[in-house]
Design a protein around this ligand. Structure first.
Ligand SMILES: NC(=O)c1ccc[n+]([C@@H]2O[C@H](COP(=O)([O-])OP(=O)(O)OC[C@H]3O[C@@H](n4cnc5c(N)ncnc54)[C@H](OP(=O)(O)O)[C@@H]3O)[C@@H](O)[C@H]2O)c1
Ligand SMILES: *[C@@H]1O[C@H](CO)[C@@H](O)[C@H](O)[C@H]1NC(C)=O
Length: 223
């Protein structure tokens, strides 16, 4: 205690507080080289302080520094969403549904492909999302529906292209022993999870290329 409340103790605390405050301010604005230098400086200063302080206060200061550095480095900036169009398959429920809502909230132009455009999931997307979001009837095992969805997307994005396609639609086969699963189940799994995703990808690749977009495949070890 005595060591901590001595003059160097207070100096350490003040400087650490000032550097910590600066990091937080930098975090709010765009982070760059200056932020990194501040973190390094804070680290060096913290190290110097540790040599002077008692073990107890040294540990507290060290933990605090770790927390600050962690907060600083985990702050990721998202790319701006403006004008970017995204197609997500399997938007009726689950991850695809939640992702459609989330990206719409962030400002993306979302095309949510659904297995049943009259179903409750599709209805909810229409009800809760912005006008930018389009719900498209898209059974990924149905070539005609893929073609129709493609025409609609192309018409809407014009020359903008697609920034991302998320192959999310999928079915979880019977979670049981391989010997007990009927062949129809294997075939259904391949039809949706594999050939469906391939056909969607092939159809939308030209639009993805146009905007140098990305393809995201979601799959599962279980299928
Ligand atoms: N949840 C997890 O823990 C987990 C883990 C690993 C991987 N994944 C993968 O993540 C993806 C989404 O999973 P989830 O948990 O969100 O499951 P989910 O709620 O069942 O979502 C899949 C969606 O795809 C739809 N779908 C099924 N067949 C389709 C088809 N032929 N054409 C278009 N859409 C079709 C489903 O519609 P219906 O509901 O009407 O059938 C459902 O809305 C899947 O590819 C899954 O394998 C999930
Ligand atoms: C995603 O799936 C498509 C086919 O649907 C395939 O061509 C592509 O290589 C896959 N990408 C990754 C990273 O697995």
């Amino acid at each position: 205690m005595g060591t901590f409340f001595s003059e160097p103790g207070w100096l350490c605390l003040t400087v650490t507080a000032v550097l910590g405050g600066t990091i937080f301010c930098k975090l709010k604005k765009s982070q760059g080289q200056v932020g990194r230098k501040v973190v390094c400086l804070a680290g060096l200063w913290g190290g110097a302080c540790l040599l002077r302080l008692s073990l107890f206060w040294g540990l507290i200061l060290f933990s605090l520094s770790c927390f600050l550095v962690y907060t600083y480095f985990s702050g990721q900036e998202l790319l701006p969403a403006d004008q970017k169009a995204v197609l997500i398959t399997g938007g009726d429920s689950g991850i695809g549904h939640a992702l459609s809502k989330y990206l719409d909230e962030l400002g993306f132009t979302v095309f949510a492909g659904v297995l049943d455009e009259k179903g409750s999931g599709a209805e909810e997307l229409r009800r809760t999302c912005s006008k930018r979001l389009s719900v498209l009837q898209l059974d990924i095992t149905n070539p005609q529906q893929i073609k129709d969805a493609h025409s609609k997307v192309k018409e809407k994005v014009q020359n903008g292209g697609l920034w991302a396609v998320v192959n999310n639609a999928g079915v979880l086969g019977l979670p049981t022993d391989g010997e007990l699963i009927p062949m129809t189940e294997y075939k259904r799994c391949m039809a949706v999870n594999f050939f469906g995703a391939v056909e969607v990808t092939k159809a939308f690749l030209p639009l993805l290329r146009k905007s140098k977009g990305r393809l995201v495949n979601i799959s599962s070890m279980a299928v």
